[in-house]
Design a protein around this ligand. Structure first.
Ligand code: CA
Length: 219
């Protein structure tokens, strides 16, 4: 799941970026409402984490505009302890959930998993295709019941492919699900991850569609 983090407190944003990417989320960060809106317009994210106190715009206005433009886009609101009215207004305007600062990371992860499940990007914790089982909550992959060690990117890549089993994922889609904006990516990085994954998975589990992308089949 690609997240857009809208937060002008740079220390907090930095901590969140680290923690969320360690959990396998791809996170892009903006610190103004203006940048958030252009990213939302560009459909660059699957869900938004929105701080209500932004320097250039009221977070609630941003929420309203996002609702008008991308009604389905889940928004998790971050609010200060004294912003109780804001919280209620936020839910009226269609925020999916809110967290009061300061909050525990585990709480944030739990709320995001709820959003992820609602989006259907993680329909269950367990995705099983052929002999391969991927557990999205334990971050674990088993082949014929045996745990297989994967790097973080390999896990994210396999998750993306298995969640859309039967459909082709293009190179661009896969790269966007693995890397944040501006992250330095070698041109063959995706091929290297795919090749490493293949060594750990049953033969022909990942299909190549030359010049198009990759897929895994349902059965
Ligand atoms: Ca703020």
């Amino acid at each position: 799941m690609r997240l857009l983090l809208v937060e002008d407190d740079l220390d907090l944003a930095k901590g969140l970026l680290l923690a969320l990417s360690a959990q396998g989320f791809v996170v892009n960060h903006v610190s103004t409402g203006k940048h958030a809106l252009s990213s939302i317009k560009a459909k660059d994210c699957d869900a938004v984490i929105l701080d209500l106190g932004l320097p250039d715009m009221d977070g609630l206005d941003l929420l309203k505009q996002s609702r008008q433009r991308e009604g389905h886009l889940p928004v998790l609101v971050l609010t200060a302890r004294d912003g109780i009215d804001d919280r209620i207004r936020g839910l009226d305007l269609g925020a999916d959930d809110y967290l009061v600062k300061p909050f525990a990371m585990a709480e944030l992860f739990a709320r995001l998993r709820v959003i992820e499940r609602r989006l259907g990007t993680a329909a269950t914790h367990l995705i099983k295709l052929q002999q391969v089982e991927l557990d999205t909550s334990a971050h674990q992959v088993r082949v014929e019941g045996e745990v297989v060690g994967l790097s973080r990117r390999e896990f994210m890549l396999l998750k993306e492919l298995m969640e859309s089993a039967g459909r082709i994922k293009t190179r661009e889609q896969l790269e966007a699900s693995l890397y944040a904006w501006g992250e330095e990516v070698a041109s063959n990085a995706l091929e290297v991850h795919i090749s490493n994954l293949r060594k750990k998975l049953p033969k022909d589990f990942i299909k190549t569609l030359r010049g198009v992308g990759y897929s895994v089949v349902m059965v």
